[in-house]
Design a protein around this ligand. Structure first.
Ligand code: PLP
Length: 288
């Protein structure tokens, strides 16, 4: 097995030599943020959007950014190069560092440096995904996450449990419901299509401001498709013509079943398929 080269606090090291302290607040308190950037044809998709959201997450948590945007791009590119990633993703995590003792209070940023880690994951067939041809099945579950879902933190236990609930039910993912309305998927934004209208929840603290969401909605509007940003219920979703999700690692992925109810003909919808094509085509043009 070839060992990946990963990036830890300024150094490129083989994955089996990478070390983070047991006192790291990411490990002890989930006091950290992350980003996932996809790689297609060896190039980075939507890098700029991910870098901007990373800064937003850090600012929201009053956490220092240990790396400039230019250097971050360089690290991404170097990891893609040395690990020979053609299709896949780059995971980035920044935590508040390791003060040496466990304490609820944040450590002094002058004496405790943030921890930064990046690694690659190869995913051959990411763009030409069999799941995208078949569509995925989702179940609905209650959204019991915290109230700042717009910050991309590493506290992913409930989304992870949601994914397991879906698997147990023979589905692929879960859509979360709060006060009767769908918030988002465990690791993606959720959409329905009625007629030719694309409906998705508006941005707020209740959902992650997906980078793929922003691009997809822009491309949809440019293609004269109608977009409505509003809440929708799971019953409205089950009654929709189509549904889909978006994320950096799935792009646009059709949903063909919700809680056992087939949508439309039970196959990927026309709008979702078209949006996937447009997204892949346009994002590849701008990939760096
Ligand atoms: N919503 C949640 C909860 C997520 O975890 C993610 C991605 O990880 C998304 C939405 C999609 O965001 P993006 O398109 O930036 O990957």
């Amino acid at each position: 097995m070839t060992l990946r080269t990963v990036y830890v606090n300024g150094e490129y090291v083989p994955e089996n030599e990478a070390r983070v302290s047991i006192f790291d607040r990411g490990f002890l308190m989930a006091d950290g943020v992350y980003e996932v950037t996809s790689v297609l044809g060896g190039k980075l998709i939507d890098f700029d959007g991910h870098a901007v959201r990373l800064q937003r997450s850090l600012d929201a948590l009053d956490m220092a950014n240990p790396i400039s945007k230019e250097d971050l791009l360089e690290v991404h590119r170097e990891l893609v190069r040395v690990n020979e990633v053609d299709e896949g993703m780059i995971y980035l995590q920044i935590t508040r560092g390791a003060p040496g003792d466990r304490d609820f209070a944040f450590p002094d940023p002058d004496t405790t440096e943030p921890t930064i880690v990046l690694f690659t994951q190869k995913k051959p067939g990411l763009a030409d995904s069999p799941a995208a041809k078949k569509g995925i099945k989702v179940i609905s579950i209650e959204d019991i996450r915290w109230g700042r879902r717009d910050i991309k933190t590493v506290q992913l236990l409930y989304p992870s449990m949601g994914k397991m609930m879906a698997k147990k039910a023979g589905a692929d993912d879960a859509w979360m419901i709060e006060d009767g309305f769908v918030t988002e998927g465990t690791s993606n934004n959720a959409y329905i299509v009625k007629g030719n209208k694309i409906i998705t929840r508006a941005l707020s603290n209740d959902i992650l401001h997906g980078i793929t969401r922003a691009s997809v909605l822009r491309f949809a509007r440019e293609a004269q498709m109608e977009v409505e940003e509003r809440n929708f219920t799971i019953d409205e979703a089950k009654d929709a013509d189509e549904a889909f999700i978006t994320s950096a690692s799935t792009f646009v992925m059709p949903v063909v079943e919700i809680d056992g109810v087939a949508l439309g003909d039970g196959v990927p919808g026309r709008v979702a398929q078209r949006l996937r094509e447009i997204y892949l085509e346009e994002s590849l043009k701008k990939a760096i």
